[in-house]
Design a binder for this molecule. Structure first.
Ligand code: ZN
Length: 344
């Protein structure tokens, strides 16, 4: 089959690789009908060290189950399924606590160990715990929004949940990528009264306003902090969604939280140390977050997608075939596209 292989920063190729098959009795093999490129794929795109074997990329997908192992009980061939970016057994103590990204038998797609989904097919470990069967046909019009349940919508929602977003609260969303935009949707969905987006790209800002952002701050650093304070009676926001992962965005997130507020981090941090520690301490700010257990959120978010109350699929502004994936990486890296969908 054909798959997206990244060999080093900037070196993305479409190559023939062996077809995936059922290796463990808990595996499924899924024919990928929709995949996408993630903002987090841009970090290896910028920094990956060369390897001769490369890495099959992609951790978001919808597809049709082609085969299942002998121990798979709830998933069967022919099912239309969404694949969260992490696999999980669904039974261990962390899965029972809805923290599937810490599953004792879990892991992540698109890594050196487990091949990714920017490919014609993907092997899914722990199929029963990982996959979620969708009540729609293969070419349903809602596919773009359903695809976001594999990562960005669940991740934006996670940021909102851990930042304690709720009715009547002020929320600031740091970052105007697909996750930030989904964070705006999540904040509105959870009843936030004021939603301030910190972003600089006109197309993304326009979409954020349609999703429910009430205010836009395009400054950075100290000026951004000042602007958010002005917009929140001088206090800062109750809840801040950090959707970037850089030092500056993390520091800004903590600085714009009001005393006693909370920051939900879902941007993959690019450094060991976390900036803003003194402000977080002196203002009693809760800093929480991490890789989103999106598998836990599908059940809650799916009805809103199926009934059209939320349309996170609008973050996709380009659809490409597998052969165009290298150019899709370039387009996202150069901020020419918000998020790229792949139809293998
Ligand atoms: Zn588990």
């Amino acid at each position: 089959m054909r798959a997206t292989v990244m060999y080093s920063a900037g070196d993305v190729r479409i190559e023939n690789v062996p077809d995936p098959d059922v290796k463990e009795p808990t595996d499924a093999v899924v024919r990928v009908t929709r995949a996408c490129i993630c903002g987090s794929d841009l970090w290896p795109y910028k920094t990956l060290e060369h390897s001769d074997t490369g890495r099959v990329m992609g951790h978001e997908a919808i597809g049709i189950v082609e085969a299942v192992g002998a121990d798979v009980r709830t998933i069967k061939a022919g099912d239309v399924v969404v694949m969260p970016f992490a696999f999980s057994d669904g039974t261990c103590l962390f899965c029972q606590d809805d923290l599937q990204t810490s599953c004792l038998h879990g892991g992540f797609f698109g890594t050196v160990e487990v091949a990714g989904a920017q490919a014609e097919a993907v092997r899914v470990p722990q199929a029963d715990g990982t996959l979620f069967t969708l009540p729609v046909g293969e070419d349903d019009a809602l596919m773009p929004s359903l695809l976001t349940l594999s990562d960005v919508m669940g991740t934006g929602h996670h940021a909102a949940v851990v930042a304690n977003v709720g009715p009547g609260k002020s929320v600031a969303v740091v970052g105007d990528g697909a996750v930030g935009l989904c964070g705006v949707i999540a904040a509105k969905r959870l009843g936030a009264e004021q939603i301030i987006l910190l972003g600089r790209h006109a197309d993304r800002i326009a979409l954020a306003r349609e999703f429910g952002a009430t205010d836009i701050v395009s400054e950075r650093g100290a000026e951004a902090v000042e602007r958010v304070r002005e917009l929140t009676n001088g206090f800062g926001a109750h809840s801040v969604l950090e959707c970037v992962g850089l030092d500056q965005s993390t520091e800004t997130s903590i600085e714009i939280a009001r005393p006693g507020g909370a920051v939900g981090r879902v941007g993959v941090p690019q450094d060991e140390a976390m900036p803003g520690s003194q402000t977080a301490f002196s203002d009693n700010i809760t800093v929480s977050g991490g890789p989103a257990p999106v598998r836990a959120y599908i059940e809650e978010l799916l009805p809103d997608v199926l009934e059209g109350r939320i349309e996170p699929g609008r973050v996709f502004d380009r659809v490409i075939g597998l052969d165009e994936v290298p150019d899709g990486y370039r387009a996202m890296n150069e901020r020419e596209a918000i998020k790229v969908m792949v139809k293998p």
